[in-house]
Design a protein. Structure first.
Length: 293
């Protein structure tokens, strides 16, 4: 089973997670930018974070045989903080980077006027840079939030077939599907969707334009939920090709709209191999150092 996790926050995960993900079949992922729990107080902290998603995290993922891509944005929650909104002016210089495959996460948290402004501005940035957009639908009052999102999308320059509406559930899947956008389902141990609910939705609404992600982050979450969905699909009678469509081909097709996917990461280094993947010798076997000159 090959897996592309289209939404996971690896900056909050350990190297053990990378090893377990590779063993479960994960070979590629997209890490959208999000808030880190502790509110940021200036744009500079965003820029350090973006640089880590562009440099450090792909290096770390490659050591475990996983292709790392990212989506960059001013996230919905921090769009309400005027200390953070200057990030919008700096985003264009980041959106031209090779491993940026989407603008995201954008969308709504509390459905404020400030979030309206940030969403519209970043949809325009996506259109200007030829990138798809990963849109976060709110965790509260989801149906109203989805309709408000679709209103802004209809007024934007970005076609619906270049938009992924994420964190959907049974109450929002039909209007989201009717909009022509791609459909994203986040699978969590307690909140959001679980694997059995996702399988039920797939039986009802089909597999087209549908992606499943773990959205694993700092809280109680599981970076192997994509694999658990694949296993649940097989147990429910779906074919191997169906699982491959949802867990691999669909995310490759969506993020491939960026023209920037690179999926040819070599396998992880074998035990006792003193080299980093594609890099210089490691210092005394320490896998988190980049090595000497």
């Amino acid at each position: 089973m090959r897996i592309f996790d289209p939404h996971i926050h690896m900056t909050s995960r350990t190297t053990d997670d990378y090893e377990a993900m590779y063993a479960a079949g994960v070979r590629a992922l997209v890490e959208p930018s999000f808030w880190l729990g502790q509110p940021r107080t200036s744009p500079a902290s965003f820029f350090d974070y973006f640089d880590a998603l562009l440099g450090w995290e792909p290096f770390r993922a490659a050591q475990h045989g996983i292709a790392h891509h990212c989506a960059l944005a001013l996230n919905p929650k921090e769009a309400n903080d005027p200390r953070c909104t200057p990030v919008l002016d700096a985003l264009p210089r980041y959106l031209v980077k090779d491993s940026v495959v989407a603008v995201g996460e954008i969308g709504y948290d509390s459905m404020t006027p400030a979030e309206d402004t940030a969403l519209a501005a970043q949809l325009q940035l996506a259109a200007d840079h030829g990138l798809p957009a990963l849109v976060h639908t709110p965790h509260r009052d989801k149906l109203a939030g989805l309709h408000r999102t679709l209103d802004v999308l209809r007024e934007s320059a970005l076609p619906p077939d270049r938009v992924l509406l994420d964190h959907l559930n049974e109450t929002t899947v039909k209007p989201a599907a009717d909009s022509g956008c791609w459909l994203g389902f986040s699978v969590y141990p307690d909140t959001k969707m679980d694997e059995d609910r996702v399988v039920a939705v797939l039986k009802t609404h089909g597999l087209a334009r549908t992606l499943v992600n773990s959205a694993a982050d700092w809280g109680r979450s599981d970076p192997l939920k994509t694999r658990r969905v694949g296993d649940a699909m097989l147990a429910a009678g779906f074919a191997d090709a169906d699982v491959d469509q949802v867990l691999w081909r669909n995310p490759v097709e969506f993020y491939g709209l960026s023209g920037r996917l690179r999926l040819d990461v070599p396998p992880p280094q074998t035990p006792g191999d003193p080299r980093g993947v594609g890099g210089p010798p490691l210092h005394e076997g320490n896998s988190i150092l980049r090595g000497g000159e």
